[in-house]
Design a protein around this ligand. Structure first.
Ligand code: GUN
Ligand code: ZN
Length: 461
């Protein structure tokens, strides 16, 4: 792991370096990981990881040349990867009692329509990104709404606050409420303009995604147009929902009677391929799986949302066997919790006939997600040369966690994080070496939020 022998002190001279000390846990594969109880990650001023290893070995190399931040009895892991969630829906968490299509009509579409108001859009986007950081999410694949201005504002806020996102406006031109139904040409034009403005911003910290919401709310022209834009702009993503509920699949079958399957609807409009991410992907047959694998498409498994909306069971073993890349998505607000700990836990709970190891769950919420997004060369694990996206975790902030937790073996530590973890365990969140969340500092922000809300000045939904 450590490569201290190949480095002399001179290699770092003149560079501003920071060493973060803690118990380091980072995935390598679904079953292997790096575990360094008294470890350090050394980060340069550009936010790149220079070295990871045991501090007592590394420190000789950096004598006097590094700022040391010692987190003591805490854990550092890669930041979490949320492969699918909705910015505007943070106002609609925990709205229960309806399955997908009814839930969209009753709660989601009215909430999204409010994003025509730029002040509302700014307020909620600020809240959303603060919550992402508070939950330790350092790469998020985000749906906004159909609104160009609201999406522009979301990018502006993500840029300023230091987030790493794949994001884009939603495109909808049929079967949706009037307030959200776009003219096809305008929808595509707005998406292209946003892409031109934001895609690749700050050395690819912000990446654009083309987002036809799902087959139901898109005309053939809109799907075809999305496919063309996605191909035209290198490095962009295609992000949509696929086969989440039986009712949705029936609707799509009626819309496309000659298509072999739902996957075929997307494939025939050139929407499958590398850098396409399909959320949910529950009701798929073996031919669909082969098509997704062969096209190098990726999936976002949204366990909590599948639970919450009673949509069904992700075919975890079949997907794995088919060799399709997948990661985890909170699907806020289909899933009520933004914490990837919670999504990992629900991923385990939903597979009734399978024990998914804590290592594998941790991998899926970090490096596996980065792999599914084809960004694993950049983020997803703590390795030399990658960007320093990481979280500092204090497991003892939760009840039920013994004070000597860090003395346990790494599988027990991970299991504790997954089954007991939530935002309360996150001490700090870093993206590319920049601290974007500090639990001690944000307590005062929480107080402000509470007091303005109770004074009736801040209405969140
Ligand atoms: N399918 C189409 N739109 C949505 C959405 O907003 N949430 C979920 N979970 N599924 C969808
Ligand atoms: Zn969704």
């Amino acid at each position: 792991m450590t490569k201290t022998s190949t480095r002399g002190k001179n290699a770092f001279r003149g560079k501003k370096l920071t060493a973060y000390l803690a118990h380091i846990i980072s995935p390598k594969t679904a079953s292997t990981l790096t575990n360094i109880p008294r470890g350090a990650i050394v980060v340069d001023e550009e936010g790149k990881i220079v070295e990871v290893g045991e501090w007592f070995k590394l420190k000789r190399n950096y004598d006097g040349m590094v700022q040391v931040i010692d987190y003591g009895q805490k854990i550092i892991t890669p930041g979490f990867v949320d492969l699918h969630l909705h910015l505007p829906q943070i106002t609609q968490t925990a709205r229960t009692g309806k399955t997908l299509l009814g839930w969209l009509d009753s709660y989601v579409f009215p909430a999204e329509a409010r994003f025509a108001d730029k002040r509302h859009a700014r307020k909620i986007a600020n809240w959303f990104f603060d919550e992402l950081a508070r939950n330790g999410t350092t790469l998020a694949n985000v749906f906004t709404t159909v609104h160009k201005d609201a999406t522009d504002i979301a990018f502006e806020i993500a840029a300023a606050k230091g987030h790493r996102v794949i994001m884009g406006k939603v495109l909808m031109d049929k079967n949706s409420p009037k307030a959200l139904t776009e003219d096809t040409e305008t929808s595509l034009k707005d998406a292209e303009e946003l892409c031109k403005r934001w895609h690749g911003y700050d050395n690819n910290r912000l990446i654009y995604a083309f987002i036809p919401r799902f087959a139901i709310t898109a005309s053939k022209e809109l799907l075809t147009g999305c496919g063309k834009l996605w191909k035209k702009y290198k490095g962009t993503y295609l992000h949509t929902h696929l086969a989440e509920t039986k009712d949705e699949c029936t609707f799509v079958k009626k819309q496309y009677p000659s298509a072999r399957s739902y996957v075929d609807v997307y494939a025939s409009h050139n929407l499958t391929g590398k850098n396409s991410i399909f959320a949910h992907s529950i009701y798929l047959d073996d031919k669909d799986l082969r098509a997704l694998k062969e096209s190098q498409s990726s999936l976002a498994h949204c366990a909590s949302a599948n639970f919450f909306l009673k949509s069904g069971f992700f075919p975890f073993s079949r997907i794995k066997k088919a060799g399709i890349k997948f990661g985890l998505g909170s699907d806020v607000a289909g899933g009520p919790q933004m914490s990837l700990f919670s999504v990992m836990k629900d991923t385990a709970y939903m597979q009734m006939d399978l024990w998914i190891s804590p290592r594998e769950l941790f991998y899926l919420g970090t490096l596996g997600g980065a792999k599914a997004a084809n960004l694993d060369k950049v983020v997803g694990s703590l390795e030399e040369g990658k960007e320093a996206d990481f979280v500092v975790i204090d497991p003892t902030r939760r009840t039920g966690v013994p004070n000597d937790m860090l003395g346990h073996n790494v599988d027990e530590i991970l299991s504790t994080l997954i089954y007991l973890g939530d935002d309360r365990m996150i001490v700090s969140t870093f993206v590319r070496g920049r601290k974007i969340f500090d639990a001690d500092k944000t307590r005062s922000t929480d107080k402000t939020l509470r007091s303005t809300k109770s004074a009736g000045k801040l209405k969140l939904a």
